[in-house]
Design a binder for this molecule. Structure first.
Ligand code: ARG
Length: 467
């Protein structure tokens, strides 16, 4: 028998010299894909179990492989495993250690499998677990928002358009807008989870395998919802990772909008909220400062996630089927996306729980912003004055109040009647922000009654998502 094992690599037979040392380092992914070790081992144990059930390996071999892999798992967990660049990636490091450990049986593990379906399986297992964890933390964040909204269904604040005070709303109503954003993110995550939880294992390199494998066995063992339909597609596409990163980008976009509001609101100029000290930092030079580092960082990290989405999209653009080494570049953006959104979500939950809303200032600013001017126009319209005319009249009223440096409510009936004789005592009902709020009773409107209703529904929706 010819000696085919002179060179240390598994594919050495067709090459006359070893891969250059620098090229080895350049091509190795073990420095980052070792993160996948537990999924890799889980997949390998399921694969070996299936091989045994299909009589491709025997019981004794399975037992050796299983024990060997479990031992390796243990070693890695305890930090006692020697990762080597020479073995290139997580798969070959573990396989090599297994062969060193159990000998001949170890060499059979890779039967009817390729690293192409192996890595696709590992990433899907990793991402499946990550999405479950992210879902859990998004539900916690949503709950924190709902809890604050519940406390503040009657706390009046100015609602803005163009960052100019527009109409009175409540803090609860505003927070419920945040909740809706996160709830849709949760729905997107759930949806994407369905396309993550499909098993590529058994696709082998690109064309399936001639061994009598049974993919249903590995599917059940690995708890995948279904089995990939086409081997060529299964080993080469990463659309599920792109979809996940799209979800993550939209989530971060939402968190960045909330961050921006928290930053504005906590400034001395707004003073709508008091930031918890635990979530703020001081300045090394200006003693009066309390900086909202947490929301600023979350706002900043958003750009990283957009970057990862662009990386993955560009990575996959124009790649011919099936697997190409380019695809190895999918891991770092994906890992960082998972870590960043998890951390951002966790830190946000704690921060939201502890933010204090400064009720008096919020109410004062609502009145100062002439936010019931539209209500006055609507009042006149209901008295059969055309809206355009009413709008004009109210403009003059506001200009007058501004000149007097008073709020709309502080005008006397006499002063108001100078602008239109049909204005009567009941006008003060609509000029009062609280009254104005109660009038916005359309479904989804800012009336506290509507907000209370939607909070109740939102808690229920979250409960349903948990199952
Ligand atoms: N380290 C590779 C990756 O992450 C594993 C798959 C390698 N397959 C191959 N045919 N070279 O994509």
């Amino acid at each position: 028998m010819q000696n085919v094992s002179k060179k240390n690599k598994s594919w050495g037979a067709v090459m006359s010299s070893d891969t250059d040392d620098f090229v080895k380092t350049f091509g190795a992914s073990v420095t980052f894909d070792k993160k996948l070790y537990s999924y890799d081992i889980q997949g390998s144990i399921a694969h070996a179990t299936m091989l045994c059930k299909c009589k491709i390996i025997n019981n004794k071999e399975l037992k050796l492989i299983k024990n060997g892999l479990e031992q390796i798992h243990h070693q890695i967990q305890k930090g006692q495993f020697q990762w080597s660049i020479d073995a290139e990636d997580v798969h070959m490091n573990i396989e090599k250690a297994l062969i060193d450990e159990i000998g001949e049986a170890g060499k059979k593990l890779h039967t009817a499998r390729s690293r192409n379906d192996q890595i696709a399986t590992d990433i899907r297992l990793y991402l499946r677990e990550a999405t479950e964890q992210i879902k859990h933390h998004l539900i916690l964040l949503s709950t924190a928002i709902l809890d604050q909204a519940t406390v503040h269904t009657d706390t009046i604040m100015p609602g803005f358009t163009h960052l100019q005070a527009a109409q009175p709303i409540t803090v609860g109503f505003h927070l419920m807008a945040w909740h809706q954003m996160i709830y849709r993110d949760l729905q997107r995550l759930q949806d994407c989870h369905q396309r993550i939880n499909i098993m590529p294992l058994g696709s082998a390199a690109l064309a399936g395998t001639s061994y009598p494998i049974d993919r249903n066995i590995t599917q059940k063992l690995l708890k995948f919802d279904s089995i990939s339909e086409n081997a060529l597609d299964a080993v080469s596409d990463r659309d599920f990772a792109i979809e996940f990163t799209s979800f993550a980008s939209i989530l971060m976009m939402h968190l960045s909008r909330m961050s921006e509001e928290i930053i504005l609101w906590s400034s001395a100029q707004f003073n709508f909220i008091t930031m918890p000290d635990e979530y703020s930092t001081g300045s090394s030079i200006m003693p009066q400062k309390k900086n909202p580092d947490v929301p600023e960082l979350v706002r900043g990290k958003t750009s990283r996630i957009y970057g990862h989405l662009m990386s993955l999209l560009s990575l996959m653009k124009s790649q011919p089927l099936a697997y190409n080494k380019d695809i190895q570049e999918d891991k770092e953006p994906l890992f960082d996306t998972v870590d960043t959104i998890l951390n951002s979500t966790k830190v946000f939950t704690g921060m939201i729980t502890k933010i204090r809303f400064n009720k008096d200032i919020l109410l004062r600013q609502t009145k100062k912003g002439y936010t019931t001017a539209t209500d006055l126009a609507d009042y006149l319209t209901k008295k059969d004055i055309a809206f355009r005319d009413a709008h004009h009249i109210v403009g003059a009223v506001v200009a007058y109040a501004m000149k007097q440096n008073i709020n709309l409510e502080q005008l006397t009936l006499g002063q108001l009647q100078n602008f239109h004789p049909q204005i009567e005592q009941d006008v003060f009902d609509v000029l009062n922000p609280e009254m104005s709020l109660n009038l916005k009773n359309s479904t989804g409107g800012s009336a506290p009654h509507q907000t209370k209703k939607s909070i109740k529904q939102a808690y229920k929706n979250l409960e349903n998502l948990k199952n």
